[in-house]
Design a binder for this molecule. Structure first.
Ligand code: ASP
Length: 339
């Protein structure tokens, strides 16, 4: 258990208030359970629940769940997403199971389901990560069709808008004061979708944990830029003895603190998922400073072995979807530290 004085010391840094009730276990203890980032998570959870509700394996649930988002043209995950600044959509994804097996692809082009390619890397190669043309070659060898590589209408429009100024200001996931409507991702004022990622973690009826994370990364990023999402330990981490966590937001800042691994290790020390996510967000703010942290968003979500769930973010606007029954699939607003 985390030393209480140290914990109080951190909260006295002015990084948010802490209530003693936070030490108590949250009442929501469920199994099976699946949670995922942002509004699109509702649809992804539904697909994951189709697996979990029938006694299926968490690994299958987290793959099939995020495939829904990858296939959707309505958000910034998958081939419908915003391109990099050279006009190409490049995708990153990773997956991890209850045995600490993991697979990842990054800088992958023209493949509809990077998460499934990541799973093949995990299951069919001795490696964890394949990138770029090598990842694409492997996908094609595995029978994944090579898609045309044409931008979606939304992405084409956003890219043309962006090209007018071609300003290199990659910022992700700040809600820009816009209210999200249920089941629809928020758009920035310029019309761009601002969520580029879905992260999902699940526990199945057998009590086993798995997770997945898939993204197009930041819109209009430098060609070749990778964020946290395909990096095991940063965008996703699963430890079947303890819990699972995933991240969304400014990937560079998640990588800097090995974010998802940190959340799981904090749970190992006795924090519940929400407390662990909060502490990881505090770490980012500590490293980056309050002023610079106000310019970015990062959100973590996590579940533990007891089926408790939680999430936390830097600033208002992040939410996640929680599902633990046929009729229980709902959005939760992430608590935040800076306002
Ligand atoms: N974490 C992703 C990245 O940095 C972006 C996102 O979550 O929207 O690539």
């Amino acid at each position: 258990m985390l030393d209480r004085r140290r914990f109080l010391g951190l909260s006295s840094l002015g990084l948010g208030s802490f209530s003693f009730s936070g030490f108590r276990s949250a009442p929501d203890i469920r199994k099976p359970i699946v949670i995922s980032t942002w509004n699109e998570g509702i649809h992804a959870n539904k697909a994951a629940w189709n697996v979990l509700g029938k006694g299926g394996r968490a690994l299958d649930a987290v793959e099939q769940g995020v495939m829904v988002t990858e296939a959707s043209q309505n958000c910034c995950v998958g081939l419908g997403a915003n391109p990099d600044r050279d006009g190409y959509v490049t995708l990153d994804a990773c997956i991890m199971d209850e045995y600490a097996n993991c697979g990842s692809v990054a800088f992958l082009e023209r493949i509809k389901h990077p998460i499934s390619v990541a799973r093949r890397v995990m299951e069919k190669t001795p490696h964890v990560m394949l990138v770029g043309s090598g990842a694409q070659q492997f996908a094609v060898e595995e029978g994944f069709p090579l898609e045309p590589g044409k931008l979606s209408d939304d992405a084409e429009r956003s890219y043309r808008n962006w090209l007018k100024k071609s300003e290199y200001k990659p910022v992700v996931n700040i809600e820009n004061g816009q209210k999200q409507t249920a089941y629809a991702p928020a758009k920035l004022e310029n019309g761009n979708w601002n969520h580029d990622t879905i992260g999902m973690v699940a526990m199945d009826a057998a009590g086993n944990l798995s997770g997945s994370c898939t993204t197009s990364g930041m819109g209009f990023k430098m060609r070749g830029r990778l964020g946290d999402s395909p990096i095991i330990g940063a965008g996703l981490f699963v430890d079947n003895e303890i819990g699972a966590a995933t991240a969304t937001g400014q990937g560079e800042d998640v990588i800097r603190i090995c974010g998802s691994h940190l959340v799981v290790e904090l749970m190992r020390q006795g924090l519940n998922p929400e407390q662990a996510c909060k502490k990881a967000v505090e770490r980012i703010i500590k490293v980056k400073g309050i002023a610079k942290s106000k310019e970015i968003q990062v959100g973590f979500i996590a579940i533990n072995k007891q089926g408790e769930y939680g999430g936390y973010c830097i600033q208002k606007g992040f939410n996640f979807a929680v599902c633990y029954a046929d009729d229980q699939n709902f959005m939760v607003d992430g608590k935040y530290i800076l306002s």
